[in-house]
Design a protein around this ligand. Structure first.
Ligand SMILES: Cc1cc2nc3c(=O)[nH]c(=O)nc-3n(C[C@H](O)[C@H](O)[C@H](O)COP(=O)(O)OP(=O)(O)OC[C@H]3O[C@@H](n4cnc5c(N)ncnc54)[C@H](O)[C@@H]3O)c2cc1C
Length: 423
């Protein structure tokens, strides 16, 4: 079947790869000049299956209220006159119950495991290299109370099937010796040896090249403006434009939407209603000055909600979450807070003078569970809304959507969207 994939972020490119593998004729439409240049560009780098707790949990409402108005808050709601933001917030609150949390974790861990296995298989098959490290993820805590609460969450992850070991401060330092300087401040940690890290942008670029070599057509610099309904319950065409050409209408057999935070706006006129809101995050990438002082095990600093991933000769530090529409401007206070914490933990590790600052918009659903599967249109498919975990889930979500488009059921117990459901 001739399939058009909309968007060449990590999700779109992974979808294209598996659709091509399944024998489809695939074209990818991307408005930027290359693959992986928006949210997939400079994320935290973690393939984090076992630390997949969604933001929506029973402790979140109180914590978010405490953070309201604090410029350096890890999760900041900037309340706006924007119905989509309020709708998202209300649904987020509905997901803060213990029962919803358990259900959301189950879905996220199932998809994450499936995805990590697909990534490993892809690596073995193609030899794709993207500054990956398979040394696990260490989540460390500097606040004793939070650490105590975290042990309950750890049990939830274990119940969902993750290997997650509780570690003392000394054990944390043994796993990541670069933490030795702050040993006295660490309350404890959890270590997930099966998790990984790597550069999502490099991966996306390399996978796009592998796709192209196998016949996938990439049309860069082309923006999708609308989808048109055809006869019966189908989408018949997409309308496109590019800088130097007149608008174009492309007939389609099937469409997979992977437009990240822009998916909902494109689909709303068709009555396909997605509750995806942009959640802005920051990253700082530092060239390494002293390799011994910079971490190599991927880390999550619970107190500041920051993740650290070693990407070859660079240290990537990412985090913070801000609900403030589609604005991607850099806020100096947030950049400084990240650099300050990095210097506190790993003094002299990275070159702050040559730091690269970036913001990206996570395509977040209130539950953090993405939309993967069919829609009310027979030939319109979704692979979007992966929020904080799009890199972790890319290969699994891509493999699953290729199965669904091919009329098969993916071999993972996940809440896929069924055909005929508008949401
Ligand atoms: C600070 C930060 C840290 C993160 N850390 C991690 C992490 O450690 N681990 C993890 O798993 N995930 C992480 N994430 C999340 C992850 O980066 C995202 O979930 C993922 O990149 C989303 O990929 P995507 O392909 O769905 O979206 P995108 O990468 O945004 O791709 C969508 C593509 O669609 C294109 N597009 C949009 N509109 C149009 C249009 N009209 N026409 C044509 N093209 C269009 C865009 O140009 C873009 O290339 C992080 C995110 C942030 C912001």
């Amino acid at each position: 079947m001739k399939i058009i994939v909309l968007g060449a972020g990590v999700t779109g490119v992974a979808s294209a790869w598996y659709l091509r593998k399944a024998g489809h004729d695939v074209t990818v439409i991307e408005r930027r000049v290359g693959a992986g240049l928006e949210t997939s560009f400079a994320n935290g780098g973690q393939i984090s299956v076992s630390h997949a707790e969604p933001w929506a949990n029973p402790h979140a409402p109180l914590q978010i209220l405490k953070w309201l108005g604090r410029e350096d808050a890890p999760l900041l709601f900037r309340l706006r006159a924007d119905w989509q933001q309020w709708r998202w917030g209300l649904e987020f609150l509905r997901n803060c119950t213990a029962a919803r949390l358990r259900d959301n974790i189950r879905n996220l861990v199932a998809l994450g495991n499936y995805s990590r296995a697909a990534l490993r298989q892809l690596r073995a098959e193609t030899g794709i290299a993207y500054d990956q490290l398979t040394r696990g993820i260490l989540h460390f805590y500097t606040n004793t109370n939070t650490w105590r609460n975290a042990q309950q969450a750890a049990q939830l992850m274990r119940d969902a099937g993750c290997t997650l070991d509780v570690k003392t401060a000394d054990e944390c330092v043994a796993i990541e010796p670069a933490l030795a300087g702050v040993r006295g401040r660490i309350a404890g940690g959890t270590y997930t040896p099966d998790d990984e890290s790597g550069d999502a942008h490099l991966f996306t670029r390399e996978l796009a090249a592998l796709c192209a070599a196998r016949g996938v057509v990439f049309r860069y610099g082309v923006t999708v403006d609308a989808l048109a309904r055809g006869a019966g319950n189908t989408i018949s065409s997409v309308t496109l434009h590019s800088a130097n050409a007149a608008a174009e209408t492309l007939s389609v057999n099937g469409v997979v939407v992977c437009l990240g935070v822009h998916s909902a706006r494109l689909l709303r006129p068709l009555g396909v209603d997605l509750n995806i809101y942009p959640v802005k995050g920051y990253s700082v990438t530092l060239p390494i000055l002293d390799p011994v002082r910079a971490s190599t095990v991927s880390l999550t600093d619970d107190e500041y909600k920051l993740v650290f991933s070693r990407l070859g000769e660079r240290l990537r530090v990412a985090g913070t979450a801000e609900l403030n529409g589609y604005d991607t401007a850099l806020n100096t206070a947030r950049c400084e807070a990240i650099v300050r914490r990095t210097q506190e933990l790993f003094p002299g590790a990275g070159d702050v003078q040559r730091a690269q600052y970036w913001t990206g918009l996570r395509p977040a659903t209130p539950s953090n569970v993405p939309y993967i599967g069919g829609t009310r249109f027979d030939n319109l498919y979704l692979n979007t809304g992966h929020g904080t975990l799009g890199w972790t889930q890319a290969c699994g979500a891509g493999m699953a959507i290729a199965e669904i488009v091919s009329g098969r059921a993916p071999e993972v117990n996940f809440a896929f969207r069924k055909r005929g459901r508008a949401k």
